[in-house]
Design a protein. Structure first.
Length: 396
């Protein structure tokens, strides 16, 4: 169709064009166009507000957190990170950065799953304490009451001592962390460490041990009558709304699971192989940062354990001689400016993780990187600074 000097020519038909009618039509079209444009602008504005609301943080603060994360990633050559923060009952920040799978150029999203490393320990501790709340587990009974497959030692070992790393069970020996053997049952992993003597009389010293948490997993199974993974899913993950947390089973297809990386002589390489089936309670899950802060929220809100039970977990254990460790039951605990600073980190093949909880502020933050031997705590400290929350001196 074309317009020629007041006449519309359309195909073989000629129609006389009347300028007076055209003016009215053009005016109406302009009005309709203005209305549609206005609605479009309104829709885009609402969409922008909604997108900002997904993090819950003010746009300027969210942008500053973004800068903290991207700066740390660049300095440490981290391929991908997921980061989340919560205040009260709201997730105020949840974003993903970088590449979850470098070989396939797959961008990270907030659903990207990264290995927890040792942040599995607080999850397992919470599961154990739910059994204390229901009277099914006595923290001070010998572990063989619930886990007869763990051999008797020169001194009794209790679940309280396992949870607080005061049981005297050793940590890794050289080469053990690279385990690629798959174990079907929790107690099958005992073959690695259980026959070794204790390092000291339980309760008299602190010595961090991932293997101790493998025994915790066996205790949970014995006290609950369920497989460890099933009990944790029902009594921790579900009440916390942790819908993106799964056992890191090397044989299962786990959607959104990131690839893991390491840095060798300044170059990013694939992480070494590892099967965590021997240490699921101490370091065998995948999750995202948002699920970790949901876990923290659920603990503070009393959705997993009772308030007095949580107080036990977040109180450093005493060592003979009047000393306090910096670990409670499943969590590191410090006093910073008079307030509790509850935390845990993790590191293993292809991952580095950090989670911090500030109970007095009902604040939680987590950062996860798909590269080993990095420092997500740098991101955590930067975020705490932005929220005017003190953090421990990293030099101490």
């Amino acid at each position: 169709m074309e317009l020629r000097m007041g006449i519309i020519v359309k195909g073989l038909h000629t129609v006389v064009f009347r300028p007076d009618i055209a003016a009215r039509v053009n005016k109406r079209c302009a009005t309709l166009w203005t209305m549609k444009f206005s609605r479009l602008i309104t829709t885009l504005f609402v969409a922008a507000i909604s997108a900002a609301a997904q993090t819950g943080a003010p746009a300027d603060l969210g942008a500053k957190v973004d800068q903290v994360v991207t700066s740390a990633m660049q300095q440490q050559q981290v391929p991908a990170m997921t980061v989340a923060a919560a205040i009260g009952d709201r997730i105020v920040y949840s974003r993903a950065f970088g590449t979850a799978d470098l070989e396939n150029a797959l961008p990270a999203t907030t659903e990207t799953l990264i290995r927890t490393g040792s942040i599995a320990k607080p999850i397992s501790a919470a599961a154990a304490m739910t059994l204390v709340d229901t009277g099914k587990l006595d923290l001070d009974a010998p572990v063989q009451k619930y886990c007869p497959s763990f051999p008797l030692k020169q001194w009794p070992v209790t679940t309280r001592e396992l949870l607080s790393h005061t049981a005297g069970i050793r940590h890794y020996k050289d080469g053990e962390i690279e385990n690629t053997r798959h174990y079907m049952l929790m107690s099958d992993g005992f073959v690695i460490f259980a026959n070794d003597p204790l390092l000291f009389e339980p309760g008299t010293a602190y010595s961090y041990s991932t293997y101790g948490y493998t025994v915790v997993g066996c205790v949970i199974e014995g006290a609950s009558g369920q497989r460890f993974e099933s009990y944790v899913a029902e009594h921790v993950l579900k009440p916390a709304g942790m819908t993106h947390t799964f056992v890191d089973d090397v044989f299962e297809i786990v959607p959104h699971r990131a690839r893991g990386y390491q840095k060798i002589q300044g170059q990013v390489k694939n992480a070494g192989l590892m099967d965590s089936s021997y240490k699921i309670p101490g370091g065998g899950y995948v999750t995202n940062a948002e699920d970790l802060v949901r876990f923290a929220q659920a603990l503070m809100d009393g959705k997993i354990v009772k308030a007095d039970t949580l107080a036990q977990m977040w109180t450093p254990v005493r060592i003979p001689g009047g000393k306090r460790s910096v670990y409670g039951l499943g969590f590191g605990v410090l006093l910073v400016h008079g307030g509790k600073y509850v935390s845990h980190g993790g590191g293993q093949q292809g991952t580095s993780t950090s989670m911090v909880i500030i109970p007095e502020r009902h604040f939680a933050v987590a950062a996860m990187a798909n590269m080993e031997r990095t420092e997500p705590s740098v991101v955590i400290r930067g975020i705490l600074d932005l929220y005017h929350i003190p953090s421990p001196d990293p030099a101490k």
